[in-house]
Write a protein that binds this ligand. Structure first.
Ligand SMILES: [Ca+2]
Ligand SMILES: [Ca+2]
Length: 109
């Protein structure tokens, strides 16, 4: 499922533009701007699957670094600090990766 089928291109652009500066990324604001906070669980799961590039069932740190590219090929890489903050916020069970339930909780927190 392509991200474009789940989200509006203008919202993706707005969300990416808001965090164009390195180290400015805020996942709560990003999910809000991109239109995911109002999304149904089923659609959030589809976004998760699109971001889980290797289909391991988890978003690992190396996938998280390139998470914005999952929304648009113009998306920048997250910095190491942003990646770590994002992971720490999501990874409630401390296994170093984001499961689907953790992703759901993060989007709707
Ligand atoms: Ca993965
Ligand atoms: Ca985890």
């Amino acid at each position: 499922m392509a991200m474009m089928d789940l989200l509006k291109a203008e919202d993706i652009k707005k969300a990416l533009d808001a965090f164009a500066v390195a180290d400015s990324f805020d996942h709560r604001k990003f999910f809000e701007l991109v239109g995911m906070r109002a999304m149904e669980a089923d659609s959030v799961n589809k976004v998760f699957q699109a971001l889980d590039v290797d289909a391991s069932g988890f978003i690992e740190e190396e996938e998280l670094k390139f998470v914005l590219k999952g929304f648009s090929e113009d998306g920048r890489d997250l910095t190491d600090a942003e990646t770590k903050r994002f992971l720490d916020a999501a990874d409630k069970d401390g296994d170093g990766k984001i499961g689907m339930d953790e992703f759901q909780a993060l989007v709707h927190e």
